[in-house]
Design a protein around this ligand. Structure first.
Ligand code: LLP
Length: 436
């Protein structure tokens, strides 16, 4: 997919560059991003809105992969940006991302984070709970600034996805409940706050979703309330943010819809609802993370040791693991992989790909058909672009891998590989002197 292909040397090539050369130049494990595929995905979302002439913002949910280079790429493609912490906001500002297109999420933003957002006059704050509404209003008063907000509501919808990443159902730590009156109470409170302008509502029903049903139901539920609120409080939502969660294909089991179809069906439903209740068509905002960067990322690993449990399993270990991709351990996520130095060679054995961490759960792929592999062969694991680097950690004091952007035959290092010095940079000695 994307610009991946097999070159004349019989190696996997991405963005016009041989992955064997990438591994030699930048080392392994290595995250490689196919930049033109990210652009294609971004344009896929944006153009569907444009073609249908619907005012919209496509905000990249930067939690999926937040780095300066990625934020700059999102800007180049005219996306907005969703940040969920002071750290993601800091990254966005450091990257020079236009502040008016930054949206700030999170269920427990601190006073300092809210002040930072207000000081930098970002586009909008997605208010999650009563505590935050009051805190934000009091900070606005003391700073004498105004701000725009969306109210995050929980519409009570279960998207079909892994339990850990369900956020739209009623029993959720996120948002004001739409059904039990909380959302209405929040709106009434917010409308009275002088320095706060309520742009509209936000909801996010889950992640890695393969159907449009959940989004359509969510839109219906939002409008059921919106039309009541129009009559009761003369409130009209200028913006309806339906969140992210559009699924991608990790393995053959996954059958996502094309981005355009999610968007087109959402638009159609919002139009239908707006006209049904004779309301103005709101701007539609969405927040894809995974579907913008997920399949553009490939991780290259060097194969090392091998262990055979006779008649049961062949373990093949790579030089990374749950430190650079925690998703298999955390969500039983599945991935596909090939030998990057011989992707077309016929599979002749079934192996399980182990990481190098001291933990039995550190397995990247179970039962992968692979050609006979040897130490120093290169394994390419596909679709690691979302929540890979961003959830990477230093368990066992493994340095985090480097990240490379490839496009049109040019490779650009966008995150340096961590060094051992980086690992102890924050450590303080309890002795007067530390060796070296
Ligand atoms: N908007 C909100 C409010 C969200 O909470 C999320 C994801 C997104 C947008 C973007 O969702 P996406 O389009 O990427 O599915 N670590 C998990 C995923 C957690 C998603 C959390 N929220 C994983 O690796 O699968």
């Amino acid at each position: 997919h994307g610009t991946s292909k097999v070159n004349e040397k019989g190696h996997l090539e991405i963005g016009g560059i041989d992955t064997v050369d990438l591994a030699n130049e930048f080392g392994t494990p290595l995250y490689v991003y196919d930049v033109s595929l990210i652009r294609e995905r971004a344009r896929g979302f944006k153009q569907t809105f444009e073609n249908l002439n619907i005012p919209a913002q496509v905000a990249y949910a930067s939690k999926a992969f937040s780095t300066i280079a990625m934020v700059q790429l999102a800007d180049e493609e005219g996306l907005s940006l969703d940040v969920v912490s002071g750290g993601e906001l800091y990254t966005a500002l450091a990257a020079g991302f236009p502040r008016e297109r930054i949206h700030f999420h999170g269920n427990n933003k601190s006073k300092e984070e809210l002040e930072m957002a207000l000081k930098n006059d970002i586009g909008c704050i997605v208010v999650d709970n009563f505590y935050e509404l009051e805190l934000l209003s009091s900070i606005c008063e003391s700073m004498r600034v105004n701000t725009k907000i969306l109210l995050r509501v929980t519409p009570g919808i279960e998207a079909h996805t892994h339990d850990y990443i369900l956020t739209g159902q009623a029993d959720s730590k996120f948002g004001f409940d739409l059904q039990n009156g909380q959302a209405e109470e929040a709106l009434v409170k917010a409308l009275k706050l002088e320095r706060i302008e309520v742009l509209g509502l936000h909801c996010h029903i889950g992640s890695q979703i393969f159907e449009t049903t959940g989004f359509i139901l969510a839109a219906k539920k939002l409008f059921e309330k919106l039309h009541e609120w129009k009559d009761a409080f003369a409130f009209e939502s200028k913006v309806l943010n339906l969140g992210g969660g559009f699924g991608i294909r990790y393995t053959a089991e996954d059958q996502p819809l094309p981005a355009a179809q999610y968007v087109a069906e959402i638009i159609e439903e919002v139009k239908k609802q707006a006209s049904h209740y004779s309301m103005k068509m709101p701007e539609i905002w969405i927040e894809p993370g995974r579907s913008l960067v997920g399949d553009a990322g490939t991780t290259l690993y060097k194969i090392g040791s091998r262990k055979e449990v006779p008649n049961i399993r062949k373990y093949v270990a790579v030089d990374g693991g749950m430190t650079d991709n925690i998703r298999p351990a955390l969500y039983q996520a599945k991935y596909e992989a090939v030998l990057a130095n011989a992707p077309l060679e016929k599979a002749c054995e079934t192996v399980s790909i182990a990481g190098k961490c001291c933990e039995s759960g550190d397995m990247l792929i179970w039962d992968l058909p692979l050609p006979k592999s040897d130490s120093n062969d290169l394994l390419a694991v596909f679709c690691t672009g979302a929540y890979g680097y961003s959830m990477a950690n230093n368990y066992n004091r493994l340095p985090r891998p480097a990240v490379v952007f490839v496009e049109n035959g040019v490779a650009k290092l966008v995150v340096k590989r961590e060094t051992y010095e980086d690992l102890i940079r924050m450590d303080m000695s309890i002795k007067e002197k530390i060796n070296n």
